[in-house]
Design a binder for this molecule. Structure first.
Ligand SMILES: [Zn+2]
Length: 232
């Protein structure tokens, strides 16, 4: 006799196959987005355990960052680019949560981030967040927090102005465009805390700097930075 109960997952799998985004294999757990092979092929930076790494150097002379790092090197036409594209433009929020859990492993493997009190996702343009349905940095924070018991505070900082990404312009212009974009909406939530500011990819660091500078205006705050990937 057909055991209906045990055949339901197979049935669901048939019509909604859960496959690795990298290679398409269906040999992976439901909670995972990548098979072990594709995951291990991603270019790990080891920045989290390295003082004076390239992410920290982006902020030298610009803003005091206690510790910083990125999980992976970001390159064009790579699996990582596909993952971030899926996260930002294809509504696949689960990828952010999944990659956040991996980021938590990197963060906990290095004692440099032990003193972090709270996670703050870099706020997204409100219009863009509405269109996307979520902030990808918040999804990453949810993943980090599920594996590393640090609370997420996503209402302390807001993004005020809608600015288009201007990748063709220089660093100075980008920084100027970012000025006044972020504002503190609840200073009591981050006062006297060590904040880990989180985003998906760091390139020039202009938006992280603009947001971090506002955070550092709140009394007693310390700032660290973590991103999924970095262009170096
Ligand atoms: Zn794979």
């Amino acid at each position: 006799m057909l055991n209906l109960k045990s055949s339901i997952p197979d049935f669901v799998h048939l019509f909604f196959p859960h496959v690795c985004i990298g290679c398409g294999t269906d040999i992976l757990d439901d909670q995972h987005q990548l098979c072990l092979r594709c995951l291990s092929d991603l270019p790990v930076t080891n920045f989290f355990s390295q003082p004076n790494n390239p992410v920290e150097k982006k902020f030298y002379g610009r803003m005091p960052v206690k510790n910083g790092g990125a999980g992976y090197f970001f390159t064009k036409d790579s699996l990582l680019e596909t993952l971030i594209y899926e996260l930002k433009y294809k509504g696949n929020k689960d990828i952010g949560i999944y990659l956040g859990q991996i980021l938590a492993k990197f963060l906990t493997a290095s004692s440099r981030f032990d003193e972090v009190d709270v996670l703050v996702p870099l706020p997204l343009n409100p219009k863009r967040e509405k269109k996307r349905g979520y902030n990808q940095a918040s999804a990453i924070c949810t993943g980090i927090s599920s594996a590393w018991k640090k609370p997420v505070i996503d209402k302390a900082v807001i993004r005020k102005v809608y600015t288009e990404t201007q990748t063709q312009r220089g660093r100075v212009t980008r920084w100027e465009n970012m000025e006044g974009v972020f504002a503190i909406s609840d200073s009591s939530a981050i006062k006297n805390k060590h904040i880990l500011l989180v985003d998906d990819v760091i390139t020039t660091g202009a938006s992280l700097e603009a947001c971090g500078s506002e955070i550092l205006k709140v009394a007693g705050t310390t700032l660290s930075i973590a991103t999924l990937a970095a262009t170096v």
